[in-house]
Design a protein around this ligand. Structure first.
Ligand SMILES: [Zn+2]
Length: 333
């Protein structure tokens, strides 16, 4: 895909060379339509068509996880750690749905930023499965610190009529002075462990082949999403349309940048969170879900990866999805 194709929803010429002497100007273009009732309708139609396979993969994965866990068919939630895992699952489903909304409106890069949160939730769920006692203790301790820190912040603000809080007691001030675990404002992670160390300490939550994929997602997707979230050259350059001496063209607004990666990453991750929960709580259909998820993942991979040359339409698809080729990669454009 050329940058031109990536940036353009409506086929407007993007890469015209500046005529004559180089001009110094900054051009910005947005793709918002003029329909105030739904400014993103045209984007949605475009994304739904162009990224049908990956968007379908993500939506099927969200729906399936939501359907499998509701009504709850697993073991009852017995511990504080179990409650944390259930909350992480709920947050992950919400995040994945938000990624669909953002991506189909043309905000794939911002969907990728959410994928960063989604991936971290997956790791936290795995870490909690493997370290239930530490998770319970640290979660409560971090929650306490957040509340104390919030009250300190409110105390510093000019009094407002609707801010109601108890000033800190001497004991609470002393408690908050100890910043070793979470930092002054709870800015460190609630587990007290870095993401890298959490992955190592959560290894037991995944089978070997899943762990290999998870590490790949960490090394490639998560690091990239991290850069997109923060103010980095990679993030800035996502908005560069043309850069020539004396001529800078940027774009602001919807585009199809990052769309493929974002949809695939969100689908993979929410599926992984769902599977982890089903396995942890002994859902009777966890094994079936794992197989189905594997097939969905294979179906969503780009057709170029597979050699479709010699395959009959009615043969099993070479991707290994188990479907006939004509119903799988054989029908892709
Ligand atoms: Zn296939």
């Amino acid at each position: 895909m050329t940058p031109e194709e990536e940036h353009d929803f409506y086929g407007q010429p993007e890469n015209q060379e500046p005529q004559g002497a180089p001009r110094r100007r900054t051009a910005q273009r947005t793709n918002f339509s003029r329909d105030p009732s739904d400014p993103f309708a045209a984007n949605r139609a475009h994304v739904r068509k162009k990224f049908a396979a990956k968007l379908g993969y993500l939506e099927r994965m969200i729906d399936c996880v939501a359907d499998e866990i509701n009504p709850w068919a697993g073991k009852p939630l017995e511990s504080k750690a179990d409650r944390i895992i259930a909350l992480v699952l709920s947050r992950s489903l919400t995040t994945a749905r938000a990624v669909v909304c953002l991506a189909e409106a043309g905000f794939g890069t911002h969907g990728a930023m959410l994928n960063r949160a989604l991936f971290e939730d997956l790791i936290d769920a795995g870490w909690t499965v493997c370290n239930p006692d530490a998770a319970a203790k640290m979660h409560s301790a971090h929650e306490r610190r957040e509340q104390l820190a919030l009250r300190v912040s409110l105390e510093k603000l000019p009094a407002t009529s609707d801010a109601s809080f108890e000033p800190l007691t001497a004991e609470e001030v002393a408690e908050l002075a100890d910043e070793t675990r979470f930092g002054r404002y709870g800015e460190r992670h609630w587990t007290g462990v870095s993401l890298h160390a959490r992955i190592d300490a959560a290894k037991g939550a995944w089978e070997e082949h899943e762990l290999v994929k998870l590490r790949t997602m960490y090394e490639l997707a998560h690091h990239r999403n991290n850069l997109l979230l923060h103010s980095s050259p990679l993030a800035h350059n996502q908005h560069l349309a043309e850069d020539a001496p004396g001529y800078l063209k940027t774009f602001a607004g919807p585009s199809t940048v990052e769309m493929d990666r974002t949809l695939f990453g969100a689908a993979w991750t929410i599926g992984a969170v769902g599977l982890l929960v089903m396995q942890h709580f002994d859902f009777p259909r966890a094994g079936e879900f794992a197989d189905w998820r594997e097939r969905q993942e294979r179906r969503a991979l780009s057709p170029e990866i597979f050699d479709l040359g010699e395959v009959d339409r009615n043969d099993p698809c070479p991707c290994g999805s188990g479907d006939k080729c004509k119903r799988c990669h054989g029908v892709r454009e």
